[in-house]
Write a protein that binds this ligand. Structure first.
Ligand SMILES: [Zn+2]
Length: 702
C-alpha cells in the first residue's frame, strides 16, 4: 500500500494520525482573510505531497464566524470563512486536518469584561502582552482556559470536519499571581505562590507539581470535549522537547496519539543536530508515539523576524536531521500572504525525499547500542526557560557521541526500567544530579548484569527532590565517595596522563597532560580502579611567572573499573559541561575513548571518513538502515548553514547478525549500489559521495 492509500484508509478513523506524516501548517494573521490566495495554498498542499495540515481557527483571533461572545473574529472576515475554506480544500485532497487555537492573549474588551481571566504580575498588575501591550496575557490555570476556551474548542469541533484541535501557547508564561492561582495553590499545597524560580526551593517544586496537575487535567478535559463532538477526534497540546516535563507523562501518553515538537529552527550557534535530538528526546520519553518536528520557514532568533525566510540549506538540513531520528516533517508559515517564496523549493524537495524513504524506513524501528540518559528528574525542577543552564553536561556528551559517530538514543530517567536499560550495551549519564534510590539501584543492577556506564560530576549526589546526599547514590559503582564540597569554578586546570597502556589514553601522543574542567568533586577512592588520568594540583594562572605546577598529580581524574559483569568510567569533574562550552578536541577524544573502552567490544555499526556526520540506525527483519546526515558546515564553528559541502571517502561497517553469512547494500538517497566487502563477520560499505544525507540499507542473507 502506498502512502496515499494508507492516508486514505485512515481518514476520520481513530488511527488517522498514522497516515499524517507530512504536515503543512498555515498560521493566519488578522488581515489574511480577503487578501490571501487560497489557490496558492491548496497548490502548496499538492506540491509538497502533504497528507496533513494544521490551520488557524480561533483563540486570540477567530478565522471563522464564531458565535461565542467575546471570541474576537478577524475584522477582515466579512461574510467569509477562511478557516472553513482551507478545511474544505484539504479534505478534498484527502488530508488529515487539525485546527489550531492560541489562547495565550486576549483583546482589551475581554480583559475589561473578565479581569479574572487575565494573568497577574508579581507586582499585582494585570499582565499586558510583552510584545503587543494593547493585548493582555491570559491565566492558563483558571476560568479563561477552563470555561471560555472549552467553549471555543467545542464550537470548532462541532462545526468543522477536523481530526484534532491543537493549542499553541496554552500552558502559561511563568507564575501567575491572580486571585484564582493564589487561592487554588494555597488550597492544594498550603503554600503561598513562589517568588523565585529556584530548582532547589520546595515552594517552587510545589508550584511545578501544582501546575503539572492542573494543566494535565485540562488536557484530559479538552480531549473529552473534542471526542464528544467527533468520536475519533483528539485534543493535542503543544508540548515538546523539554516542556513535556511540565506535564504528567503517563496522562499525556494516554490522551495524545501524536505529538509535535515546537522547535522551529536553529538560533545563534545551536548545532543543526538539535533537530535530531528533539526526535531522540521525545522517543526517549514517549516510546514509538508519532512525533512531528515543527519547522519554521522564517529565521528563529530572539529578534523575531517572523516574515523572513531561512536559507534553503537551513530548512533542508533541519528537517532531514529530524527525519533521520524519526520525526515527521512539519513546516509552519506565518502569514498567508507570501512576500518571499524562497522557502517553498527546499520544502518540496525535502518532502519528496521523505515520501521516497517512507515506505522503506517506516517498516524499520530505530535502534542503538548506546543511550544517553536524559536527566528529566533533574531538569524538571527547573523552569522550562531556565533549563538550558542545566543541560550543558548532556549537550557536551551528545556532541562527543556525534563526533565519535556512535549511533545513540536518549532515554529519560523518568521512564527508566530494567528492561529499558537492557536494550543498550552502554548508558552514558552526563550529570543526572537528582536520582532517587530506586533509580540508583536500577543503574547498579544494570552494570552488575553486564551493562556499561560512563558518567561524570554530580551524578546521584542529590535525591529526587534535590536534597544533597552525604555520598553519591552510585558510590558503589564509582568505587569512590565524596571527600568534600564541590570545588570551582577554577581556571587553568589540568589532568595528567598516568602510564601509557590504558585504552582511555589512546591518541594523546606527545602530551603528558591535557586541559581539565572548571568544577570537580574531591574523592575518597575505596574500590579497585584503574586511573588513566590524575588531577594536577591547582596552580595560579597569573602572573605568568607563577604558572607552573608545584606538586605531583595524585588525585584521580578518571576512574575506570569493572563492577560485576559491567564496566564503569567515572569523571569526578564537569567534562561534558566544559566540552560543551569550549569544544576542546582532547575532551572529545577522552569521551570517545571512554565510550569505546566501556563498550569492550567493537560497536555493531561503525563509520569513518572526514567531516562531521550524524548517524541514525534502524532495524527490521533481515535489514538494517544506517542514515548519515552530513553536518559538515562551511561556517566553521558558527551555527548557520549556508552551503552543503559534499563528503567523499565515507565508509560504513556493519556486523552481521548471528545466522547471517551474506549481506548486500544499496543507497536509498542517491539510488546507487556501493562497493562492499565481507570481512571478519562485517560488511564494509564504501560511499561514493554524500550530499545532504544518505541511507545505507543493508540486507542480510543466510
Ligand atoms: Zn492565574
Amino acid at each position: 500500500m502506498n502512502s496515499t492509500a494508507e492516508a486514505l484508509s485512515g481518514l476520520r478513523s481513530p488511527t488517522w494520525y498514522e497516515g499524517a506524516t507530512r504536515w503543512t501548517q498555515l498560521t493566519l494573521v488578522e488581515d489574511d482573510p480577503g487578501s490571501y490566495d487560497l489557490d496558492f495554498w491548496l497548490g502548496v498542499f499538492d506540491e509538497t505531497q502533504s497528507n496533513a495540515t494544521c490551520l488557524s481557527a480561533g483563540g486570540y483571533v477567530a478565522y471563522y464566524p464564531s458565535k461565542i461572545p467575546l471570541h474576537y473574529v478577524s475584522r477582515h472576515i466579512g461574510d467569509g470563512d477562511p478557516f472553513g475554506d482551507l478545511v474544505a480544500g484539504a479534505r478534498q485532497r484527502n488530508m488529515h486536518v487539525v485546527a489550531r487555537v492560541d489562547p495565550h492573549a486576549v483583546h482589551a474588551d475581554v480583559a475589561a469584561a473578565h479581569p479574572e481571566w487575565i494573568s497577574v504580575t508579581a507586582e499585582g498588575e494585570l499582565r499586558r502582552h510583552w510584545s503587543f501591550p494593547e493585548a493582555y496575557v491570559t491565566c492558563a490555570w483558571g476560568g479563561y482556559n477552563r470555561e471560555f476556551m472549552s467553549e471555543v474548542i467545542r464550537e470548532i469541533a462541532a462545526g468543522y470536519d477536523i481530526d484534532a484541535i491543537f493549542a499553541n501557547r496554552w500552558s502559561g508564561h511563568g507564575v501567575c499571581y491572580c486571585a484564582h492561582c493564589s487561592s487554588d495553590f494555597r488550597a492544594k499545597t498550603g503554600r503561598e505562590l513562589p517568588r523565585r524560580r529556584d530548582p532547589f526551593d520546595p515552594t517552587w517544586q510545589a508550584w511545578l507539581g501544582w501546575s503539572r496537575d492542573v494543566l494535565t487535567e485540562l488536557v484530559g478535559h479538552w480531549n473529552g470535549i473534542v471526542a464528544s463532538e467527533r468520536p475519533h477526534g483528539r485534543f493535542i497540546p503543544n508540548i515538546g522537547n523539554s516542556s513535556m516535563l511540565d506535564f504528567a507523562l503517563d496522562e499525556v501518553k494516554r490522551y495524545c496519539p501524536i505529538l509535535f515538537v515546537d522547535h522551529q529552527g536553529r538560533t545563534g550557534v545551536v548545532p543543526i543536530w538539535s533537530a535530531g535530538r528533539d526526535g531522540k528526546r521525545m522517543r526517549g520519553v514517549m516510546g514509538d508515539k508519532p512525533i512531528g518536528l515543527v519547522t519554521s520557514t522564517s529565521v528563529e532568533e530572539k529578534w523575531r523576524w517572523k516574515d523572513s525566510v531561512q536559507s534553503p540549506e537551513e530548512i533542508r538540513m533541519w528537517m532531514i536531521d529530524g527525519m533521520a531520528h524519526g520525526l515527521r516533517p512539519w513546516f509552519t508559515k506565518f502569514n498567508a500572504k507570501v512576500h518571499d517564496n524562497r522557502w517553498l523549493p527546499p520544502i518540496v524537495e525535502t518532502y519528496r525525499l521523505h515520501a521516497e524513504l517512507e515506505p522503506v524506513l517506516s517498516k524499520l524501528a530505530p535502534t542503538a547500542e548506546i543511550a544517553l540518559l536524559d536527566p528529566s528528574t533533574t531538569l524538571r525542577t527547573w523552569h522550562s526557560d531556565d533549563r538550558d543552564n542545566a543541560e550543558g553536561h548532556e549537550l557536551g556528551f551528545y556532541h562527543a557521541l556525534v563526533e565519535a559517530r556512535m549511533p545513540f538514543d536518549l532515554l529519560s530517567d523518568l521512564v527508566m526500567t530494567d528492561a529499558a536499560l537492557d536494550r543498550y550495551r552502554l548508558i552514558a549519564v552526563a550529570n543526572a544530579a537528582f536520582l532517587s534510590e530506586a533509580q540508583c539501584d536500577m543503574l547498579t543492577r544494570y552494570v552488575e548484569r553486564g551493562g556499561a556506564l560512563v558518567t561524570s560530576f554530580e551524578t546521584s549526589l542529590y535525591d529526587e527532590h534535590g536534597v544533597q546526599r552525604p555520598d553519591f547514590g552510585l558510590s558503589r559503582l564509582f568505587g569512590a565517595s565524596v571527600a568534600g564540597p564541590t570545588e570551582g569554578p577554577v581556571k587553568n586546570t589540568y589532568i595528567a596522563l598516568d602510564g601509557a597502556d590504558h585504552p582511555i589514553l589512546r591518541g594523546f601522543d606527545g602530551a603528558s597532560r591535557i586541559m581539565g574542567g572548571t568544577r570537580r568533586i574531591p574523592l575518597d577512592v575505596h574500590g579497585v580502579s584503574e586511573v588513566p588520568f590524575r588531577f594536577v594540583p591547582h596552580f595560579p594562572d597569573l602572573p605568568m611567572e607563577e604558572i607552573y605546577a608545584r606538586e605531583p598529580a595524585l588525585e584521580p581524574a578518571v576512574l575506570a573499573r569493572q563492577v560485576g559483569k559491567g564496566r564503569v568510567v567515572y569523571f569526578p569533574w564537569n567534562i561534558g559541561e566544559i566540552f560543551w562550552e569550549v569544544t576542546n578536541a582532547d575532551h572529545s577524544r577522552l569521551l570517545d575513548n571512554a565510550f569505546r573502552w566501556a563498550l569492550g567490544t567493537p560497536a555493531r555499526v561503525q563509520s569513518a571518513g572526514p567531516g562531521l556526520v550524524d548517524i541514525a540506525t534502524r532495524d527490521g527483519a533481515g535489514q538494517i538502515s544506517v542514515h548519515l546526515v552530513n553536518l559538515t558546515n562551511p561556517m566553521m564553528m558558527k551555527g548557520p548553514i549556508r552551503e552543503t559541502i559534499p563528503l567523499r571517502g565515507q565508509s560504513v561497517s556493519v556486523a552481521l547478525p548471528s545466522g547471517a553469512t551474506t549481506a548486500t547494500a544499496r543507497l536509498l538517497v542517491s539510488g546507487q549500489v556501493p562497493a562492499t566487502s565481507l570481512q571478519g563477520g562485517r560488511l564494509h560499505v564504501d560511499l561514493p559521495e554524500i550530499h545532504t544525507n544518505e541511507v545505507v540499507l543493508v540486507e542480510f542473507g543466510p
